[in-house]
Design a protein around this ligand. Structure first.
Ligand code: 7PJ
Length: 277
């Protein structure tokens, strides 16, 4: 199976690693902003050296309670980093729900639009449909607001409901003229789900792969791993590696991770052991 993106056709016959690059400055001063951007550019280079198959660059924190940047703020943060990432030889994804940033990123040669809101913002679907070949990742989130999604999330059958949502968003894109070969799907681990919901999505991941499109999953350092192990985000490397391997063994095609070098090594052993393609 291949994933068609703007500049690259990504071979998913073996599992791929997407490296996470966050561009969220902790200072509002210009100096802080430039430092954040320099650091993020260096981080892109490091992740590629560590073996990342693609990079995902985002400027909106989806942590509950995080300050939502303005559209212009998000563009100013992400674009300098994304332009540099596009020179590094790997597919580059932009992690955003804003159609204006999607358009700017695609004009700067970005390969993939990764939207945690699955192109539900007005104008977003049109940007992707208006591009000849960019890839897209459609993710499930309960509702559309990270600030409230974790307030007692409820499902009758989380796997069936996530599956139906992803099917409907895929259908909407195909109706708008987007070739399904450009689309990968993502259950949105941690986005409006209890730990139990997330583990059900792991146990029954095959039902999502049955949709016929590649599956991208992100378990890296998330809180359900902390709940299970009793460890804070900085001590979640072992559990994140194990979750990535479990997802790959259950058929996931792309894992979105912070810790690229460790994940690449772990996957090499998993593949050599015959547990992943
Ligand atoms: C995901 C994402 C994910 C996709 C974030 C974090 C939260 N995009 N963006 N899938 N998570 N496609 O990394 O902890 O799981 S931000």
């Amino acid at each position: 199976m291949f994933w068609q993106t703007s500049r690259h056709s990504v071979d998913l016959s073996r599992p791929r690693v997407m490296g996470i690059v966050n561009v969220t400055p902790d200072s509002f001063f210009d100096g802080g902003r430039h430092l954040a951007s320099d650091a993020a550019r260096a981080h892109c280079e490091r992740l590629v050296q560590e073996g990342a198959d693609m990079l995902d660059i985002g400027g909106e924190s989806t942590r509950p309670g995080a300050h939502a940047p303005s559209v212009q703020e998000e563009i100013d943060r992400v674009m300098p980093v994304l332009e540099h990432a596009c020179t590094l030889g790997v597919p580059v994804s932009v992690d955003t729900s804003n159609p204006e940033l999607m358009r700017a990123a695609l004009n700067a040669q970005a390969d993939i639009v990764n939207d945690v809101r699955a192109l539900r913002r007005p104008g977003a679907l049109e940007v992707v449909a208006g591009h000849a070949s960019c890839g897209v990742c459609l993710m499930h989130m309960l509702g559309d607001d990270p600030a409230t999604m974790q307030q007692a999330p409820e499902y009758d059958d989380v796997v069936a409901q996530v599956r139906l949502f992803l099917q409907e968003r895929l259908d909407a894109l195909v109706r708008a003229g987007v070739d399904a070969a450009r689309v990968v799907l993502d259950p949105g681990i941690g986005f409006g789900k209890t730990p139990e919901h997330n583990w059900q999505l792991m146990h029954r991941q095959s039902e999502l792969i049955d949709l016929g499109r590649p599956l991208l999953v992100g378990w890296s350092r998330k809180s359900m791993l902390g709940r299970l192990t009793g460890r804070g985000p900085e001590a979640r490397l072992p559990s994140s590696i194990a979750a990535a391997l479990a997802a790959v063994q259950r058929g996931a095609h792309v894992v979105r991770v912070h810790d690229v070098a460790a994940t690449v090594d772990a996957l090499a052993v998993w593949r050599r052991a015959g547990l992943a393609p």
